[in-house]
Design a protein around this ligand. Structure first.
Ligand code: AVJ
Length: 310
């Protein structure tokens, strides 16, 4: 009976047990975002070192009318992931979108942000879809062409092959005549990148360590969180920041009825955040069935907003 019960694991439990059983232990980054993790991510977006969110929002604002011209006016906007209260209204207003279709896995978060959006963009029709945007959620039928929105450099969480699969999936879902507005973080000075993922206030460390606390809360685990430290390392050849949780001493713990051991210095790999030059981004567009149309960046080139055409 105990054996049987131990097998009834949810998505998080299955991913944790599978990931912790590998030689390089790993937990997929999508599990960062429980309530505590989502709150910590909101804090990250305000950090002085984390330039991503504020730079993207500033680009969308500064170039709103040009971006709208490129993205198309009066079209339904489909957002992959829940809309942020700061970024999404800029695009919706500038393109005069009549309909907004946010796709997000967290139903509660989706409903909350939609309430806020109704206040900011009153005449907008909102059709929320609860689901995982990496799985091909069926979109409503629209009369004309649509515009996709994929901000925040979320594409960076996927390795190259999966990123291309996802972009090709978007192309298929959005259909002929579609446009895609996509935000991508750029390659830059590694010190600036490592600071953005290892801030001095320790918020990113708390965000990473919350994954261990989440296992303790939800998966009947007994991980000694104080035996782990946050690491953020830039890998130049792979073009990505990797986040890890490193054991500072030998540890043995249980998660969902299984026992795991780690040596001092051994890590759990928790996130990849790929960075792309504008040229690499345009190559990704062509390799996934899109035609790069336009690109905006700030004067230091620390973030990029692209518009692609189907
Ligand atoms: C939400 C995936 C874009 O990679 O910058 C922030 C997540 N991780 N700090 C990113 C994150 C650590 C973020 N994305």
């Amino acid at each position: 009976m105990a054996e049987l019960l131990a097998e009834v694991l949810d998505d998080f439990g299955q991913a944790a047990v599978t990931g912790l059983s590998q030689k390089q232990k790993t937990i997929p980054a999508r599990f960062f975002y429980d309530d505590r993790g989502s709150a910590l991510f909101e804090e990250i977006t305000q950090l002085p070192e984390y330039y991503v969110t504020r730079t993207e929002a500033a680009l969308l604002k500064r170039h709103a009318s040009e971006i709208a011209r490129s993205a198309g006016h009066g079209r339904p906007v489909v957002e992959f992931g829940a809309g942020s209260a700061t970024k999404t209204p800029i695009l919706l207003k500038a393109t005069e979108a009549p309909v907004y279709v946010p796709i997000d896995i967290s139903g509660d978060f989706l409903l909350e942000s939609m309430e806020a959006l109704k206040q900011t963009v009153p005449d907008l029709e909102i059709v929320p879809l609860a689901g995982d945007f990496t799985e091909e959620v069926a979109l409503p039928e629209f009369d004309g062409p649509v515009t996709g929105f994929f901000p925040g450099s979320t594409i960076g969480n996927f390795d190259h092959a999966r990123a291309l699969d996802l972009l090709r999936q978007f192309r298929g879902q959005l259909g002929d005549g579609a446009r895609l507005v996509i935000g991508m973080d750029t390659r830059k000075n590694p010190r600036m990148l490592e600071a953005a993922y290892d801030d001095s206030a320790g918020v990113t460390a708390a965000f990473n360590l919350n994954l261990l606390e989440r296992m303790n809360r939800e998966l009947d685990a007994d991980i000694p969180v104080d035996a782990f430290e946050h690491r953020a390392v830039w890998h130049d050849a792979l073009g990505r920041i990797e986040m890890h949780l490193a054991a500072t001493r030998p540890v043995t713990f249980r998660v969902a009825g299984r026992t795991f051991s780690m040596e001092a210095g051994e890590t759990i790999h928790t996130e990849n955040s790929h960075k792309y030059t504008p040229e690499e981004a345009r190559l990704m567009a062509r390799a996934s069935g899109w035609e790069p149309l336009s690109y905006w960046s700030d004067e230091d080139g620390i973030f990029g907003v692209h518009v692609w055409a189907a």
